[in-house]
Design a protein around this ligand. Structure first.
Ligand code: DC
Length: 223
């Protein structure tokens, strides 16, 4: 049986930074499931699908073949054979992903892919439903949170550093909207699994969070 670490939590809690570092230090592969939902959202945007049309999303997702690979240790997402990593991190794609990921047909397709990956490789997988739905038997389950104010400030700093002008209050409002959608959708809403260890990163540096998670992993059995 493979060794799996599940990290769930809301947008902007620092999951991907921390999950990538934990994977590297434990010599596991890192699976970023949000990137898969983003690739699906990119497909819907390119196909001109109306985000309010649930039936169209369910039907269209059959035409999206999403796979992942690794180049220089980094996860690469392929959408119908094309490396789409460069297109996944925009606000537009993030917003669309929050809507399209609520569709059961989309989730079924991507969860199957995630389960197959975790069955064949020891990995750290991050997302919203990893502990509750994708990997209920994961050896380690972490629920990583931070206040919406702190998450908005981190995103604001990130965008400002890239020279992108943005509004802090708007970013916080977007984050809270996304949290609400992720936590209240009918299929696999974001919630803390009963076995998950909560880690609040609001007042911690990334390094402190990484060390805390490594410590939690160290207390679990790795066969
Ligand atoms: O973590 P992220 O911002 O890259 O995720 C993009 C969207 O995909 C987000 O709105 C939540 C959704 N998502 C999900 O529903 N389930 C996952 N396992 C991962 C992400």
């Amino acid at each position: 049986m493979s060794y799996n670490v599940a990290i769930d939590g809301p947008a902007g809690a620092g999951k991907s930074t921390v999950a990538r570092a934990v994977a590297r230090r434990m010599n596991l592969i890192y699976v970023d499931t949000g990137a898969m939902y983003r690739a699906m959202a990119l497909f819907m945007i390119r196909e001109g699908v109306d985000p309010n049309d649930a039936a169209a999303i369910s039907e269209k997702c059959k035409g999206a073949d999403i796979t992942i690979g690794y180049e220089n240790g980094e996860q690469v997402v392929y959408l119908n054979g094309e490396n789409v990593n460069a297109f996944l991190r925009t606000e537009e794609v993030g917003r669309m992903a929050s809507v399209t990921s609520a569709q059961p047909a989309v989730r079924k397709k991507l969860v199957e892919l995630q389960q197959a990956l975790a069955a064949k490789s020891d990995c750290v997988m991050d997302g919203r439903d990893i502990a509750t739905c994708v990997l209920p038997n994961a050896q380690v389950k972490i629920y990583l949170t931070a206040s919406s104010k702190v998450r908005a400030k981190r995103r604001f700093d990130e965008l400002t550093e890239k020279g992108i002008s943005c509004d802090l209050a708007q970013i916080q409002a977007d984050i809270e909207d996304r949290d609400y959608r992720d936590m209240h959708r009918e299929t696999s809403p974001l919630r803390q699994d009963k076995d998950a260890v909560p880690v609040d990163s609001s007042d911690l540096t990334a390094e402190q969070v990484i060390e805390r998670i490594l410590e939690i992993c160290g207390q679990s059995e790795r066969s």
